[in-house]
Design a protein around this ligand. Structure first.
Ligand code: MLT
Length: 281
């Protein structure tokens, strides 16, 4: 998130500007960021890409390097998924391991619906397959109104207390502040659009049993937004999947416990694809 060492790349395809981080070389993996952050949240993973892998972290339309979005804005998570496919096409990548954290996971489910043949494996971090409840939709509409009225600061105020483990909130003011600044700098219009896309997303639970891909599920032990019980339920439905519960992390497990998160990702990369030939790219 600090943007110290890593620099974004950009590409324009189908008249749309896509921005992304691209580190390492080898088998491609795409990681999609959480709401309302941007691709720089993957900095700890981009700085330690598993050997033999290439990690791509795109900004979701309207966030990070793509803000402000010149339009047309996304009308559903499928539009965000289409941008990921555009990026893979532009880079000549046929299949990739794809995953994401929270909203990034919702977009991964959209890809699973739209283009399963493009996926070589899944990483589902701090996410859930279900649609929003009526109460959840109501909360999103309230947040849309607050952001329209007050700007991105309203999103930071609403989200921050829910994103971290208690110990992170207590003892890691630097990280909490960094995430606050990232949310506050997001484009309010993109936040409102993303909330709309998420509140209309379909239930993907029925997809889980049909998944035949190497799948890593990761969740912070103290994730209150997408609790470990949801990840355990996904593990039971997805044949052969692995679940890692990250101690000392809340919802932003990759930022709160990067070493534990990276160790889980590294094991998955080394073990789940050992028996395969290379993932085509
Ligand atoms: C996220 O981290 O992407 C959000 O918490 C997702 C959501 O609001 O459902």
């Amino acid at each position: 998130m600090r943007g110290v060492r890593l620099s974004r790349k950009e590409i324009t395809t189908d008249g749309r500007r896509l921005t992304y981080f691209d580190e390492g070389s080898g088998r491609p993996m795409v990681l999609l960021h959480a709401f309302p952050l941007d691709a720089s949240m993957w900095e700890p993973q981009l700085a330690a890409v598993p050997p033999g892998w290439r990690l791509l972290a795109p900004d979701v339309r309207g966030f990070g390097g793509t803000a402000p979005d010149p339009g047309p804005p996304a009308s559903s998570l499928d539009d965000y998924a289409a941008d990921v496919l555009r990026l893979l096409d532009a880079l000549g990548i046929d299949r990739a391991v794809v995953g994401g954290l929270s909203m990034g996971g919702y977009i991964t489910f959209a890809l699973l619906r739209r283009a399963p043949a493009r996926l070589a494996g899944l990483v589902l971090a701090d996410t859930r397959p279900g649609a929003d409840t009526a109460e959840g939709r109501e909360g999103r509409r309230k947040l849309q109104a607050a952001v329209a009225h007050e700007g991105a600061g309203a999103a930071a105020r609403s989200m921050l207390p829910k994103l971290f483990a208690s110990e992170t909130l207590r003892a890691r003011a630097g990280l909490v502040d960094e995430v606050r600044r990232s949310i506050e700098s997001a484009d309010p219009a993109a936040i409102i659009v993303a909330l709309d896309c998420m509140l209309h997303r379909p239930d993907s639970t029925g997809l889980l049993r049909s998944i035949r891909l190497p799948t890593l599920i990761i969740v912070g032990a103290e994730d209150g937004l997408t609790p470990p019980a949801e990840s355990e339920a996904m593990r039971e439905e997805i044949a052969g999947s692995t679940l890692v519960v990250v101690a000392g992390a809340g919802h932003l497990s990759n930022l709160e416990q990067p070493d534990r998160f990276n160790a889980a990702l590294g094991r998955f990369c080394a073990e789940a694809f050992r028996a395969e030939g290379s993932v085509r790219s």
